[in-house]
Design a protein around this ligand. Structure first.
Ligand code: ASP
Length: 583
């Protein structure tokens, strides 16, 4: 080893020992006869001392000549510092250096290797290997490492077998586009990168593996949205001979284990909420339950009073913002403009101030008496001093917009603390979802999800009302995982494909292997997959999954460090039999 100790471990008790350290130059202070260098490695920082008269002259010359991020090896005696620092654990000591070797030079880095760096996002991504030298960034990846180890040890203890599935496969229907890889040997044919190992993990159940997991890269060629990565990591799991309840308790167990062993938090039992309730009360299938402010439907008190906007609406619903009746006109205008932004899409906003003196002031006073507004307040549970914000229109659009407004108000009121966690299961998702564009039903989760037995008759008469044995785990308004109890017999799977608009031939061509496997004794099974990057970000108290990936892509799906994607040579294209048509 080029060192006897690391830069973070020496203490006052080591004084008098002769040690060798290796690391990077964090800072250099040259006071003429005295030179200090802070030497940094992954474990910490230790101060090196070079002193005229004590250290040899050429040694001091060498020390003075190094720059930031040079790689040094220093040997010397540990001494007690005369001026101690309580900012770092090694702050009581320094090394009186007697031998110094420059192991490598370094260019001046394009940004400071410090927690508060002066480097912008683009620069840090281009030099990600330098960014990763910063403690705050490395700590995020160490959190990820701990999450991985804890996941493995929990699942291993529960008899899950970690099994790798192939990366060169064919299309899996998870609703996004596939990344495609041309095959040179099978010219004109293509592999797809897995959007998830879904079909393979189901086949492993047919194989009798009973419990499978994998911490696995998945690939989805989705349209660019903030904080989406084209490749991301899942904790992918599947179990045989289980019902929904078994999956929920097993994986609630996993999450509690992670909370306990990584964050030191005892998580209470997770709440459970049917999808329909989540939509009705929060306008979202991933409600942020760290705070209340649930929807209050006001149709009965707000309609038929001559206000046409409400009378013609399918839904009139509001949220009660606590202690916000004192909002100024300007603040209310600003919130109104906020909901009218195209991303939110509301046509307008009605407010009711529940004044401290028991009176009401609303933006629709022309249509509603004080008694009317008192009825709104009573129905919505608003108290004196509260503010009721009301939206109206189509059910789906109104819920969506009000859900956004709820989150925004929660944010403004500081109710979305990153250090509190509220976890729940959202259950009973619809099996199918109407797609306006293709004018047909799509599987809301994926086509292997089983319908609730009692809803199967509805498949013919009212497909949209069929509920699935599907569940999501939601923490702080983030969908961290989702899965389902699967179909495990050929007839039901074939019926499902039929309802999704697949012809028999298409179903056979794409999923014949799975349907055939179902005929060789497939056990009842189900599973779940967690977005691993997302859980890491959540545990780290960050909104960005990028920070938790060692080498992430930017928001345009590019790796700016290695400059990818990039064109390939014509010879490569020829070999693959691909002609580009780029106009
Ligand atoms: N394959 C699914 C997904 O990636 C998860 C599951 O159903 O287990 O969302």
């Amino acid at each position: 080893m080029l060192r006897t100790h690391n830069c973070g471990e020496l203490r006052i008790a080591n004084v008098g020992e002769k040690v060798t350290l290796s690391g990077w130059v964090q800072t250099l202070r040259d006071k003429g006869g005295l030179v200090w260098i802070d030497l940094r490695d992954r474990y910490g920082i230790t101060q090196l001392l070079f002193q005229e008269g004590i250290s040899d002259a050429t040694l001091i010359e060498t020390a003075k000549s190094v720059g930031r991020e040079f790689v040094l090896q220093a040997t010397g005696e540990i001494i007690e510092r005369s001026s101690k620092s309580d900012k770092i654990p090694t702050g009581d000591i320094e090394i009186k250096v007697t031998e110094l070797k420059v192991l490598n030079k370094a260019l001046t880095p394009p940004f400071k290797i410090e927690n508060e760096t002066d480097g912008g996002d683009d620069l840090r991504m281009k030099y990600r290997y330098l960014d990763l030298r910063r403690e705050v960034v490395r700590e995020k990846l160490q959190l990820r490492h701990r999450m991985m180890q804890q996941t493995r040890s929990f699942l291993d203890a529960q008899d899950f077998i970690e099994t790798e599935t192939p990366v060169l496969i064919k299309s899996t229907p998870e609703g996004a586009r596939d990344f495609i890889v041309p095959s040179r040997i099978n010219s004109g044919e293509f592999y797809a990168l897995p959007q998830s190992p879904q079909t393979f993990k189901q086949l492993l159940m047919v194989s009798g593996f009973d419990r499978y997991f994998q911490i696995v890269k998945c690939f989805r060629d989705e349209d660019l949205r903030a904080d989406r990565q084209p490749e991301f990591t899942q904790i992918d799991c599947e179990m045989s001979f289980v019902e929904q309840e078994d999956i929920l308790s097993t994986f609630e167990g996993l999450m509690k284990h992670l909370f306990k062993n990584v964050k030191g938090v005892e998580a209470p039992d997770f709440k459970r909420m049917p999808y329909s309730e989540a939509m009705k009360l929060y306008g979202s299938d991933k409600p942020d339950t760290r705070f209340e402010m649930t929807f209050k439907e006001l149709n009965t008190v707000a309609q038929n009073k001559g206000f046409n906007v409400f009378d013609s609406a399918e839904l009139v619903a509001g949220i009660v913002v606590p202690a916000a009746a004192s909002y100024t006109r300007k603040q209310l205008d600003e919130i109104t403009n906020w909901v009218k932004r195209p991303q939110i899409g509301a046509k307008g906003l009605v407010y009711v101030k529940c004044n401290e003196d028991g009176s009401f002031k609303s933006s629709v006073d022309k249509f509603y008496t004080q008694e009317d507004l008192a009825a709104w307040a009573a129905l919505s549970g608003a108290s004196k001093g509260d503010l009721i914000l009301v939206l109206s229109g189509d059910i789906a659009a109104t819920r969506k917009a009000l859900g956004e407004l709820r989150l925004e108000m929660g944010e403004r009121l500081g109710l979305r603390n990153k250090n509190t966690f509220s976890a729940l299961w959202v259950l009973d998702f619809p099996l199918l979802e109407w797609d306006e564009e293709s004018e047909r039903f799509h599987a809301m989760h994926h086509p292997f999800t089983s319908p609730k037995t009692e809803d199967i008759p509805l498949l013919e008469s009212n497909p949209g009302a069929v509920r699935a044995n599907a569940y999501d785990m939601v923490i702080n308004g983030v969908e961290v995982g989702g899965g389902s109890i699967r179909i495990h017999d050929r007839e039901t799977q074939a019926m499902m494909f039929k309802h999704l608009g697949f012809s028999d031939e298409e179903a056979k061509a794409q999923f014949g292997f799975l349907m055939e496997a179902f005929e060789f004794g497939a056990p009842p099974h189900g599973g779940i997959a967690f977005g691993f990057d997302r859980i890491c970000a959540l545990f780290g108290g960050s909104d960005s999954i990028r920070d938790y990936i060692a080498f992430p892509k930017n928001n345009s799906g590019r790796d700016v460090m290695i400059d990818s994607p990039s064109p390939i040579a014509n010879e490569q294209l020829d070999e693959l039999g691909i002609k580009l048509n780029l106009d």
